[in-house]
Design a protein around this ligand. Structure first.
Ligand SMILES: Cc1cc2nc3c(=O)[nH]c(=O)nc-3n(C[C@H](O)[C@H](O)[C@H](O)COP(=O)(O)O)c2cc1C
Length: 193
């Protein structure tokens, strides 16, 4: 299957499973413990009906909305995802560019593989920065200052990661954050399942 033949989320998932080393695929595809919340989050979309406005002219559809004081063109935005260069060589730069193109927010993780300045140079679109508060206050202050200087529009503060989630798939595949790849783990990273 090629990208041109992808018509829905599951098609992209199948390609990712085939192409990515198994620990990386399971890191982005998996959730914590029995993955009940992960399944429930996805399933909740099934409860949403899109009600068509029939026999009425829609003119030029306007999907724009305002969030964090900024008007965005579509009612969706990119939430922060760590270490995006694990699964695409352009990583966060590609996500930031795509969000800019569609007129919506890109959110940068504290654990991104690009710098705040690199992202700001590549995207003039609306941007959020997701902050993990560091034990060393000067690191947190520096990140906030750099976001301000680089024109980020807002911060998302993560408050639920005092301990990392118990991600059972990562225990099985040997994935760690940050990833540690030694010779023994190399074969595991090259196999897919
Ligand atoms: C691979 C991956 C990495 C993520 N990294 C971060 C992160 O660095 N910081 C953060 O606040 N949330 C992170 N998240 C959480 C997402 O931003 C989002 O809140 C979560 O996936 C729920 O949205 P969803 O149901 O659309 O997946 C990550 C999620 C995934 C799947």
């Amino acid at each position: 299957m090629s990208l041109q033949n992808c018509y829905n989320f599951d098609d992209f998932r199948k390609i990712a499973k085939k192409k990515l080393p198994s620990p990386i695929f399971h890191y982005i595809d998996g959730g914590a413990d029995d993955e009940i919340t992960l399944k429930r989050n996805t399933k909740s979309f099934d409860d949403c009906d899109l009600v068509p406005n029939i026999l009425a002219s829609v003119g030029k559809p306007d999907l724009s909305t305002t969030i964090f004081g900024k008007k965005i063109d579509i009612p969706l935005f990119l939430s922060p995802c760590a270490m995006q260069r694990l699964y695409h060589h352009d990583g966060d730069k590609a996500s930031a560019k795509a969000a800019d193109k569609f007129g919506t927010f890109y959110s940068m993780s504290t654990m991104a593989n690009n710098t705040i300045e690199e992202i700001s140079n590549i995207s003039g679109g609306p941007k959020l920065f997701q902050l993990y508060v560091h034990k060393d206050q000067s690191i947190t202050d520096d990140l906030i200052d750099r976001c301000r200087r680089s024109g980020f529009d807002g911060m998302c503060l993560t408050v639920d990661t005092l301990v990392a989630g118990n991600r059972e798939r990562d225990h099985r595949t040997g994935f760690t954050t940050p990833p540690k790849i030694n010779f023994a783990k190399f074969n595991e990273f090259c196999s897919s399942s």
